[in-house]
Design a protein around this ligand. Sequence first.
Ligand SMILES: *Cc1c(COP(=O)(O)O)cnc(C)c1O
Length: 426
Amino acid sequence: MTHGFDTLQIHAGARPDPATGARQTPIYQTTAYVFRDADHAAALFNLQEVGFIYSRLTNPTVAVLQERVATLEGGAGAVCCSSGHAAQLMALFPLMAPGRNVVVSTRLYGGTVTQFSQTIKRFGWEAKFVDFDDQAAVAAAIDDDTRAIFCESIANPGGYVTDLDAIAKISDDAGLPLIVDNTTATPYLCRPIEHGATLVVHSMTKYLTGNGTVTGGVVVDSGKFDWSASDKFPSLSAPEPAYHGLTFHETFGPLAFTFHGIAIGLRDLGMTLNPQAAHYTLMGIETLSLRMQRHVENAQKVAAWLEQHDAVESVTYAGLPSSPYAERAARICPKGASALFTIALKGGYDACVKMVESVEIFSHVANLGDTRSLIIHSASTTHRQLSPDQQKAAGAAPEVVRLSIGIEDADDLIADLDQALKAATA
Ligand SMILES: *Cc1c(COP(=O)(O)O)cnc(C)c1O
């Protein structure tokens, strides 16, 4: 990185608009782009020249966002898509095939557990769920058909920290790419590529946009994986019939995965981010570090207060000195453990329901990473589709409430939780 994070979050990927000098990145609200002539069109369609054809594949506003996130994550390139879930499919798509599997953490966002345990089966893909704190079990789950390892850096909903260095060593030894969902941490708090991740995915819906206005996702490629080292990744290492036998890895080197994501992934799966959404996310990222500092500061205060509360059985925040993840958090996300965690209430399921119905500043919503503080009872909402065992493994047991601490005044948040806990235990 040549410049600091605060500089890059404002400038990376952007330059004054060449046509007008506009300082802020314009919203290029256009579907198609005029070719200079027939040769230019042919070169673009053959991937011999990089440019704009049609906004399902590339758009100048989206391109700025791609470069911005790739830079902040320390990656070689990035592909934006329409949601975090789309990003996960776009990350897996070039690696997987019918009969192949991905080894994934049991501690994942509830929607991801459902996507991986149910929906991807329709493609003939399988996810093998393992406790990623049990490294021997992760290694043992890998077989000849495994094509990737998947985990979250700071896992939703509990805020548990994954030992990315240890997991990267396992994936390296097996010659497999490690995919890390960095949604909860953001690149300000954690840079998974520095800990050995191959690909980083985000739901930009959360902290990157930061204010609950868009749905978006992104896949960042480190550019460091050797796709040709084995015959396991033919989408990247073997000739591609849809582009006259072009081989992505040989042709594009460290940008192979990114080019494949655009030229095949977006072209044929069509999970494209629109330029309006890209604009909102770019605006959000300009203040990412400032917001995350306040999110962390507030989460520290609120979590420490909750830990002392009589109605609270336990608090999972990895930023607390009492957390079993405190040492790991200092290594993986030294600037803070984000602002997402759960609390278990002594009053169980009923107290949780009363609490989410009694808050006034906190909003009862299925979202996280908003400037606003949010609360949800995962077992009756986001993790509702999961079996009781899956709920427990994911940190979403019936007596557990998830909090996403916003950037309001911490004292007001504490006062709100205090009155809600009183109502819940009355
Ligand atoms: C929200 C979320 C997703 C899914 O993102 P969408 O933008 O809602 O599709 C994936 N992973 C994590 C950790 C999330 O919080």
